[in-house]
Write a protein that binds this ligand. Structure first.
Ligand code: SF4
Length: 593
């Protein structure tokens, strides 16, 4: 049997029909903007700032040299082998990038550099498959620029990791980045403002970013792309400041400023035409809350393309509602067939879901290890990987399974050695609950490095794990309905308080944390109604619940620094502890990628 190629190589080869006149006009407009910036720049002040930057650089190098000079022989050897311990040095107030790369010891720095290069290689090869439309994308969409700092996001989230943990994190983020790079190429290639490949556009089914990919496994000739993922959601995780123009745009249309930034940013992106124009149809979902339902209907009007709203029962625990879910899946399949002319293939679907089931069993193995006294695969990249694998990949990409197998092999080796992901920093076990904000703030990584709080799992990772039916068609439709009813953000916010409140205590029993990191999203009304009950029940159980306010992709409401301050005051005032790395206690990273 021929090896399955994913994504279909034909998609990269489809013919572009670039509108060169439009591109030229766009370049001329950008040249005008650049000239205006050059005219308005205070070059003297810019030069002085640059000079100060070099002076600061000199002072920092001298300071670090002095610190090394003061060390004993043993400490220097430890620095050489195990790397640096004062990670706050990597941040500089007002700087977008780290002051330098982290020194992780000879071996791990080499490993880190290898993966860094490998990621660059993958980016270059992927974009090289059809470079010009993506270059046009850089000139058309400001969000494309933020992806140039993808490596910084990777570095930030791997901070402090050593040994097996470092390798596992790199393997996982590579899978996500490859998916992102390929889909950015496709979006730009099919975009009317970019490659304008009508042939590819006819093959694209756009999905709401929270809508799972598994349904597309039955359409191997089509390409499902989570529409807002690259220009909005993932973008905001890589660069938290990137969605602010979307929020401002939609608020200037009259949307109240206290709306959740997730649906608000999605709508704002549509308002300022930040979403590439492509695709045959759009699938939205009855997502977690009224905000996202409103966003679906708003975007529907803006996109002007055939839209199918997946609407699943809210009380999904009741199996009597399953039939409604199954009907919804059937209608959606029919809708895609009618819009694209493609035919649903049970063979293709079952092949992909067999893979997805294997991936789920690998995930459960990770949970088993993390529940022990020697958790191995923890931290923000693992959390992000789980969400991406469950929701966006969904078993469709055959390259992911071998990567997961490799990760689990490394994980079990580390477990046998009783290794620690953040060496010598395991003081507390924690789980993350409510609307997670840790990617923006690199939070679970900071918690481990600064306070030794190791986050074992996060709420959104704890989704549906039942193996999906891969033989019987009716059973498969029922499992698909069950899966979609429990999408990311939907499982916990729909179907009653038991799914989020009582569920927390079930998970606390299973994972045995002393601390619950409770993300209080100030704009999420769905979650805020329960805060009193959470607090009361945590007290009854003797669980430390650290409330951290945030506003997801809007750092103007609550900054990352303010989020960290909440933990700092709890750890010092209530737990009476000293930080493991005082250099990370308080630093300014308002504009840092
Ligand atoms: S965070 Fe809350 S308000 Fe925002 S989309 Fe999710 S459920 Fe809705």
């Amino acid at each position: 049997m021929a090896k399955e190629k994913y994504p279909n190589p034909k998609f990269f080869r489809m013919k572009d029909k670039m509108d060169w006149k439009r591109q030229a006009e766009n370049v001329a407009e950008i040249a005008e903007i650049c000239k205006e910036i050059a005219r308005e720049t205070d070059w003297k002040a810019a030069g002085a700032k640059h000079l100060k930057g070099w002076k600061d650089f000199g002072l920092r190098v001298a300071d670090e040299a002095r610190a090394v000079a003061k060390m004993s022989g043993g400490e220097r050897l430890d620095l050489l082998i195990n790397g640096e311990k004062r990670l706050g040095r990597l941040y500089k107030a007002g700087a977008m990038a780290f002051t330098r790369r982290e020194w992780r010891g000879v071996k791990d720095t080499a490993v880190d550099f290898y993966y860094w290069l490998d990621t660059w290689k993958m980016f270059l090869l992927t974009f090289g498959k059809d470079l010009i439309p993506s270059l046009n994308g850089v000139l058309n969409y400001r969000w494309m620029i933020s992806y140039f700092c993808a490596h910084s996001f990777m570095d930030k989230n791997c901070m402090g990791l050593r040994g097996e943990a470092l390798r596992m994190h790199h393997i996982m983020i590579y899978q996500i980045y490859r998916y992102v790079a390929e889909n950015i190429v496709f979006l730009n290639k099919a975009d009317k403002h970019g490659g304008n490949s009508e042939e590819l556009s006819r093959k694209i089914v756009l999905l709401d970013e929270m809508t799972m990919a598994q349904l597309m496994a039955g359409f191997p000739d089509l390409l499902g792309i989570p529409y807002q993922l690259m220009p909005v959601f993932l973008l905001s995780e890589i660069d938290q400041l990137a969605c602010i123009p979307y929020l401002d745009a939609v608020e200037s249309y009259g949307l109240p400023a206290d709306a959740c930034p997730v649906p608000a940013s999605e709508c704002g992106a549509a308002v300022i035409d930040a979403l590439p124009i492509c695709g045959k149809c759009f699938i939205s979902s009855s997502m977690p809350c009224d905000g996202s339902v409103m966003a679906s209907s708003f975007q529907d009007r803006r996109f002007k393309m055939p839209t199918f709203h997946l609407t699943f029962p809210v009380r999904y625990d009741d199996e009597e509602t399953l039939e409604c879910g199954v009907e919804e899946i059937k209608h959606c399949i029919k809708f895609i067939e009618e819009q694209t002319g493609a035919k649903w293939s049970w063979d293709a679907y079952f092949t992909a879901m067999k893979r997805f089931n294997q991936e789920t069993s690998f995930e459960l193995e990770k949970w088993d290890v993390n529940k022990t006294d020697h958790p191995q695969l923890i931290g923000p990249i693992y959390e992000l990987f789980r969400k991406w694998n469950y929701e966006m990949d969904g078993g469709l990409d055959p390259r992911v399974l071998p990567a997961m197998k490799k990760v689990n092999k490394i994980m079990l080796k580390a477990y046998r050695k009783k290794a620690e992901p953040w060496r010598g920093k395991m003081r507390h076990r924690a789980i993350v609950w409510s609307v997670p904000a840790h990617y923006y703030a690199n939070f679970s990584n900071w918690l481990a490095n600064c306070w030794g709080i190791n986050v074992l799992v996060e709420m959104e990772g704890l989704n549906f794990t039942k193996p999906l039916e891969t033989e019987d068609e009716q059973g498969a439709l029922e499992d698909l309905a069950r899966l979609y009813e429990r999408m990311v953000m939907r499982r916990h916010t729909n179907g009653g308080y038991d799914h989020v409140l009582t569920e927390l205590w079930r998970q606390v029993e299973a994972w045995r944390p002393e601390i619950v990191i409770m993300y209080q999203h100030v704009s999420c009304k769905t979650m805020s109604t329960l805060s009193g009950l959470f607090d009361e029940q945590a007290r009854e159980r003797g669980i430390h619940m650290i409330w951290i306010e945030h506003d997801l992709m809007d750092p103007r409401t609550v900054s990352r620094r303010a989020m960290r301050a909440k933990v700092n005051s709890y750890m010092t005032a209530v737990m009476r502890e000293e930080p493991l790395d005082p250099s990370l206690l308080d630093f300014e990273d308002d504009v840092t990628w």
